[in-house]
Design a protein around this ligand. Structure first.
Ligand code: ARG
Length: 459
């Protein structure tokens, strides 16, 4: 018994397993709104071309609107034999309006249809991610404004390096997120090209005004070549890459914050709402939110790799392999949206433990400033580095701090040390000495805050 829209040339139905193997509805039903929008636009094109009468056009559009309304009302619309969202909508349209439904697919193929639907979907998804990302940036800006006066040990290799303002740290996160946002914008532009009218491969046999379709569907451009139109999935890879990159960036900050929340550091404490406990150890409070944020970065990268690997072997133009584009993207999109929302809340509610931070500020953090001091007295930097290095080594051997040494003791290492060296031993002074553009000095941090506010205002 025949039941497929394409089975005229077949004498036997698909095997049940083949049907299940081939059906993409469980995944691509998420594209129903895009599919309906695309179909309404296409019907409009067919009307202008004289393929549909005004009555037929009106009937098709009201049928499509009714499917959309039923879907939004939560009605169960699909059956197990629906091959994909495009076939399902066409079948439902037939149920709604009868025979006329069969005219909609004139001059169109699922090849240009799915490419159109998915470009719409990717564009929307990326726009949602940009908004979520902006909310994370807003939280970071608030934190940076709040923590101007908190001085933390800055680390390289997780070894104490130089003192920095906590604001400076939050702002580093803000600025890289701004670049991630640009990558998302670029991915959105990559998807912003309309392939509808490409037909199956050679271009539709009906000269529908494609620019008008683009305008109606909110695309800035139309594809210049129908084979490229139906075959290209570079826009999917671009979006997957942008998400993977964002995931990696957020993962690095999650890693720091996980370390900062340990007893050994104690710089921050996550809010109870964003932590979990242990089933056995009653004292535990674990930063699971941050660990999942870090962990999911593997999944984003995996989704990129997964689809890149599929895509690389596919010649032109359409092959069913391309159906494998949706699951990785939808997974990356949905999970990234979760990651961004959780990140926003974790950051917005974490407590900064100023006393614990202050206790960890070790005077050796000022060793570079001591070396710079000698440079200003005319000693070549390499020599200063060596002098201060010996000083540090001796302090460690004797179990004293750099700040414990008297000026006389310092003079044994270099005659250039004077009384004014004492002024170096202040965290605030150390920061003030780094007001170079981009530095951690208070003036520079103010400039960064202004720049960050400006970037958000233009977002
Ligand atoms: N479900 C298919 C996909 O997602 C739709 C396109 C099918 N086209 C075709 N000629 N079989 O790629």
């Amino acid at each position: 018994q025949k039941n497929k829209m394409w089975d005229g040339r077949f004498s036997r139905p698909s095997a049940e397993l083949m049907e299940r193997f081939n059906n993409s509805l469980p995944i691509d039903q998420r594209l129903i709104e895009e599919d309906i929008r695309g179909s309404k636009a296409w019907a409009g094109g067919l009307l202008k071309e004289g393929v549909l009468t005004a009555e037929e056009f009106t009937l098709i559009c009201s049928g499509l609107d009714s499917i959309s309304a039923r879907y939004r009302a939560g009605e169960e619309l699909f059956t197990a034999s629906d091959e994909d969202i495009h076939m399902a909508v066409e079948r439902l349209l037939g149920d709604e309006i009868g025979e006329v439904a069969a005219k909609l697919h004139t001059g169109r193929s699922r090849n240009d249809q799915v490419a159109t639907d998915f470009r719409l979907y990717v564009k929307n998804s990326v726009a949602t991610l940009v908004n979520s990302l902006t909310r994370v940036q807003k939280v970071l800006l608030t934190m940076a404004e709040r923590d101007r006066d908190v001085i933390i040990p800055g680390y390289t290799h997780y070894q104490q390096a130089q003192p920095v303002a906590l604001s400076h740290y939050w702002l580093s996160f803000f600025f890289i997120l701004d670049r991630e946002k640009k990558r998302l914008h670029a991915a959105s532009e990559g998807a912003d090209i309309l392939p509808l009218g490409s037909g199956a491969i050679a271009g539709s046999g009906f000269a529908v005004d494609r620019s008008a379709l683009a305008e109606e569907l909110g695309f800035s451009r139309i594809t210049d070549n129908s084979m490229d139109g139906v075959a290209a999935r570079d826009f999917v890879l671009e979006a997957l890459h942008a998400i993977a990159s964002l995931g990696i960036t957020i993962s690095r900050y999650a890693e720091d914050l996980i370390v900062w929340s340990t007893y050994e550091f104690g710089f921050i404490e996550l809010d109870d709402q964003w932590s979990t406990g242990s089933s056995m150890m009653p004292q535990k409070k674990n930063p699971d939110s941050l660990e999942l944020i870090r962990g999911k970065s593997g999944r984003f990268l995996g989704n990129y790799t997964r689809f890149a690997t599929t895509l690389k072997g596919i010649g032109l133009t359409y092959f069913k392999d391309l159906q494998e584009d949706k699951e990785p993207f939808i997974d990356s999109y949905e999970e990234m949206n979760l990651v961004l929302s959780v990140c926003e809340h974790v950051l917005g509610t974490l407590a900064v433990r100023k006393e614990a931070i202050a206790e960890k500020l070790n005077p050796f953090l000022l060793a570079t400033d001591v070396a710079d001091y000698l440079v200003r007295k005319g000693v070549p930097f390499r020599k200063c580095h060596h002098i201060v290095g010996r000083l540090v080594g001796d302090c460690i051997a004797r179990g004293v701090e750099l700040t414990d040494l008297s000026v006389e003791a310092l003079r044994e290492y270099s005659p250039h040390f004077g009384e004014d060296v004492q002024a170096l031993f202040s965290w605030e002074t150390a920061l003030k000495g780094r007001d170079i553009y981009g530095g951690t000095g208070p003036g520079s941090v103010e400039k960064q805050l202004a720049k960050a506010r400006e970037l958000l205002n233009n977002a």
